[in-house]
Design a protein around this ligand. Structure first.
Ligand code: C6P
Length: 418
């Protein structure tokens, strides 16, 4: 499912949203006496029953540490944990499972690269290019590295639709550019960036590239070898897995050249007080007891996505997005923020003279969960000259009826503030 201008053929759609919804226990509840309408999937999506059961099974049947015990439970945990790594490898089409590092989430993945790669390879006068639509977790780690090394942060601008201005991005690339770190899909605008072009151009300039894939993986297949990115980070909880688990993909040549990010158990080969040697990939970057249940849950989430009609899910989401855009933009006092040609299901909006937090609070009483705020993208808010937006973010289990409920809720908000 790629949000390309040419949609997949309609007759191929076998996606059955009612059947899919039955797999997600959380969706079937009342909030304040109203059916829950969950539209905050960009913050955290819901997990299907199979994911919850896989994590429960670990706790109920074989809870133990990985890589350490020679007994049955620990061996079972290790097999499940490492099995998930292979599932992630296939999910991203990475060349090897050694290139898959389990992290706490996207934030930790980006920090790992900024601190480990940055401290070793960046120096005074080098340049790091990001875009104006980055999440704070793809801004602040680089600012910290700039402070530590003297490197400079350059920011590629975006246009009024919320799209990267590619020519301006190209102009920033030069002999000083050492690293490009950009978001694959924007969490506050929904924009899908032309990442292949971005990567190719960065490589021509001799820079390494990291993609923040937090909002991409729930919506489209990602092939890190086809993209040729050097690093790719995402979070489990946005891709229907548990919280506190994420993935950093890195090309092995890059990861091998980098020093460890954290020291501790499992990441070493030999420790003496005089000198420590480090373990091989991926363990060099997984110090301490990992989130074993989280990794197992992520593996189950990938199995789930493998077993549904993901292309049909994409088409369904695409239809929901265009329906949502048309009904919301028909509300006279509403302005959509982020109307890129290539988008995922993110509907960010402002209502004249009504603060986004008031909107979200009133909608909550209608059973509708949306997010209001800056969405950890304050520079995006500054670019559009708004303090915050209200954001409804879609997953494939959402329905047209839920968009209608959102519109009804917004009309009620407008009525209350008249
Ligand atoms: N965006 C949102 O509501 P973590 O917290 O590490 O799982 O993900 C951070 C992150 C990084 N990049 C992008 C593009 C993101 O969207 C997020 C998380 C959530 O939009 C919480 S701020």
């Amino acid at each position: 499912m790629t949000y390309m201008p040419t949609p997949a053929k309609k007759q191929k759609m076998t996606f059955d949203v009612a059947a899919i919804r039955r797999n997600f226990p959380v969706l079937h509840q009342q909030v304040y006496g109203k059916p829950l309408v969950y539209l905050d999937n960009a913050a955290t999506s819901q997990a299907p029953r199979s994911v919850i059961e896989a994590m429960n099974k670990f706790y109920l049947e074989y809870r133990s540490n990985v890589h350490r015990g020679v007994y049955h439970l620990s061996e079972r945990a290790t097999v499940a944990y490492e099995g998930s790594r292979v599932k992630v490898q296939k999910f991203l089409n990475a060349a090897s499972d050694r290139e898959i590092i389990f992290t706490r989430g996207t934030t930790e993945g980006i920090n790992l690269v900024a601190h480990s790669y940055g401290r070793k390879f960046l120096k005074d006068g080098d340049e790091i290019v990001i875009s104006h639509m980055e999440h704070h977790s793809n801004i602040v780690p680089w600012q910290l590295i700039c402070e530590a090394t003297g490197a400079k942060l350059r920011v590629a601008p975006i246009n009024d639709k919320g799209e990267l201005i590619f020519e301006e991005y190209e102009k920033l690339l030069g002999p000083k550019t050492r690293f490009v770190s950009v978001v694959h899909v924007s969490n506050s605008l929904g924009t899908v960036n032309p990442v292949k072009k971005i990567i190719d151009r960065a490589h021509q300039a001799g820079a390494k590239v990291l993609l923040d894939g937090a909002q991409a993986v729930p919506h489209m297949p990602v092939d890190v070898q086809a993209l040729d990115c050097d690093f790719y980070a995402f979070s489990g909880h946005k891709v229907f897995g548990g919280t506190g688990i994420g993935v950093l993909y890195g090309k092995s040549e890059c990861l091998n050249a980098m020093p460890p990010y954290q020291g501790g158990g499992d990441m070493i080969r030999l420790v003496t007080f005089e000198k420590t040697t480090y373990n091989d990939l991926p363990y060099k970057f997984e110090a301490g007891t990992p989130n074993i249940a989280g990794a197992i849950g992520l593996g189950a989430a990938i199995d789930y996505l493998d077993n549904i009609d993901f292309q049909g899910a994409g088409l369904h989401e695409r239809e929901l997005l265009s329906y949502g855009e048309s009904v919301l933009s028909a509300i006279p006092s509403l302005k959509l923020i982020g109307v890129a040609d290539r988008k995922v299901g993110i509907l960010s909006f402002v209502l004249e003279n009504i603060h986004p937090h008031d909107i979200a609070t009133i909608l909550d009483r209608e059973g509708i969960a949306i997010r209001a705020g800056h969405h950890c993208t304050q520079p995006v808010m500054q670019r559009f000259n708004v303090p915050a937006t209200s954001r409804a973010s879609l997953a494939f289990y959402n329905t047209k009826e839920e968009i209608d409920a959102l519109v009804k809720g917004i009309e009620k908000v407008i009525e209350m503030f008249k």
